[in-house]
Structure formats: structure tokens, C-alpha cells
Design a protein around this ligand. Sequence first.
Ligand SMILES: O=C(O)CCC(=O)C(=O)O
Length: 388
Amino acid sequence: MTEPSALSQEAHAEGLAAYRTAGQQRARDFGNRGPLRLTDADGLHPEILGAYREHGYYVFTGILDDREVAELRHDVAEMLARAPVREGAETDAQGRPALGIDYARSPYVFAKPLSDPWGGTEIFGGRHQVQMAQPAADADAPAEIVFTMIAMCQALPAGLRLYGHPGLLAIAASINGEDFVPFNDSIFVKEPGLGGAVAWHQDGVTHWESPNWDPEIHGFNFQAQLYDATLGNCLWVLPGSHKRGKIDIKALVRENGGSEQLPDAVPLECAAGDVLIINRQILHGSFANTSPDRRTSLTFGFHRRASVLGVKMAGGLSQKNPGQRCDAQRIFDRSAVIQLAIDARHQARPGEPRFAYKPFAGLEDDFRFNDDTSERFLRDYYVKDLAI
Ligand SMILES: O=C(O)CCC(=O)C(=O)O
């Protein structure tokens, strides 16, 4: 049995207060945020692309309209309500069959409230090298909470439509090329007084020692915010660290007197409807949510095709059998989710311009979103995530 944490939630929040305020000022100095601006050719504006490439992140403000935010909140609430009562259970809190019992893999990842389940472990290649502080949860808190959820495109109708967002896909094409391919998705659920920490880490497993390594070889993630991501609960990044290669995080923490409050990092505060992007190689993490505010972040990423083709797949949230070599068929099948998402979005928002996804040019009619294509390409799509 583990000892209960001696750190109260109040002490945890107070201990971070000065660091947060200083970080907020640094973030303001960087800027690196604003509305999406595209060129006449529908590419990301070169100023934004340059800022992203330089610092490894960017916050796009006001990307999702109120309707989209409301639909996503509704669907996420429904998914949470349908979670199994505990890990491995077959029914939800209302006794209904839990969502995902017929999925290839349960979409729910559980953890102890306010814990850092990956920090200091070997999970995901040991990338979360140092565990964050784990404050004590309230005495009446549940023994375990939903920490993150996968299968966004299958489980959430609005999540699939988000995946087909023309502005976001234009960003993906500008960064990774018009033949860009998917990575994976996960929804971070950070309820006040319950949501856990994600230890400082760099994503990416495969290419650190590749002869053709470069700062963008492990792709990037979007993070769409369904509620304001506040100073007390948001994601933090160390600007520019995506260019430094693999960082010895243990040494960084040691040199920082053992403190997880890494110097020079910045908090990525967002309003509901903002969507941030982070280079997967940037050093990033988040603290246990001892704030009064909920954060729900839909996280999904994209790669360059050349980063995954012929490459052995790494483990990941959705990957049971890492080590398979990624071929063109796997890329095609997994990328079909993008094309179905574009069509699902078009059906719901016929007046909005549709993104033209180059790898499916000419195949649009075969990849309309309907029962047949859902069964063929959406069911358990995440087992084909392109994890590197
Ligand atoms: O949003 C968070 O708190 C963690 C996100 C993260 O670690 C990731 O996307 O890799």
C-alpha cells in the first residue's frame, strides 16, 4: 500500500503560485498566439509558421465556434458518463453497458486522483522521467478517475467532425506537407481536485538517433480546449526545446535543486475554443489540477508521411502490439479517418469550405461518411495509429 500524500492541495497550489505568475509573464513576452491566418493558397501564414518552427508551439485563438464547443462538451460528457465504474468493469455508473466494451481496446485510461501515473515509470519508453508532485485527494474522492480517453473519432460524433476541421487540416498540411498522415488522439480530462499530472517529457520514440533527425521529425499535436485552460491547470512547454535533441530531464530537475518548476517554461493559457499546437519534441507537461477549474483537452496529432513509412511502430496509448512495420496500406487505412471526418463535417456544416486532402483526391465519393465506411474504417481505427 502506498502512503497517502502529505502534500495538501492548498500547499501544492500555493507552492506553484509564484512560478505560475512568472511563467505567465514570460508567455506574454513570447506572444506566439492569435487567430488563424492563411495565405491566398490556404497555407499557414509564414509569420505563424516561422514562429511555430522557432519556438515549437503556437496558440490559435477562437478556432472553434460556440456550437462546436457545445457539441464537443456534450459528447465528452456522454463519454464520461458511459465510462466503466472502474477499470475493467462492464457497466457504467447507471448500470448500462459501458462504452467501449465491444471496442478492440477500452478507450478509458484510469489513474488515482491527482496522481502522475506515468512519471518516473518505464511506460511509453520511459519518457516521463521524473514524477511530479502528487497532492492528497479529498477523503471522499473516488479511488480512480478517468485520466485520458482515446478513440475520439469513433466515440464522439463531434470529435470526428473536429478531426475534419478545414483550418486545422490546412495547418497540418503546411507543417507536414500535403500528404500528411495521422498520429493518434487522446482526451486529457483534468477535473478540479482530481485530474492528474503529466510529468515533463518529450514525445517521440523512434527518430532521436536517426541520421536524418530534425526538429519536426516526430510531428506535432493539436490540443483543442473545451473549457478555459487556466494558469492553474494548463499545459506548460519549454520554448525552443524541440530543437535540442533528447533532453536529460532528470539532470534538468537535479540542476534545478530537485524542483519540477523548470526555469524558462511557459504556461499555455487558452480560452474555450482555442486550439494550440505543440511540436511533439518540445519539453512539456502539466501539474496535478489543484485549481478550481476543469480542463478538457482534445489532443490529436499528425506526421509527415516520410516519418512513418517503413518504420517500426512504437508503443502508445492505443498500441497493443508495437514493433509492426508501417506500410502504405496501414497509412491509407488510418488516413481514411481524415477523409471520413471531412465528409462528416460537411454533412453537419454544408456551408463551410471542405478541406481537400491530397492523398484522397478523386476518392471522395468512396469515402463518404456512412454506416458502411464507418464499419470499415472507423471501428477500432486507433489500433492502426501511426505511433513513432
Ligand atoms: O495536456 C496535458 O496535460 C498533457 C498533454 C501531453 O502530454 C501530450 O499531449 O503529450
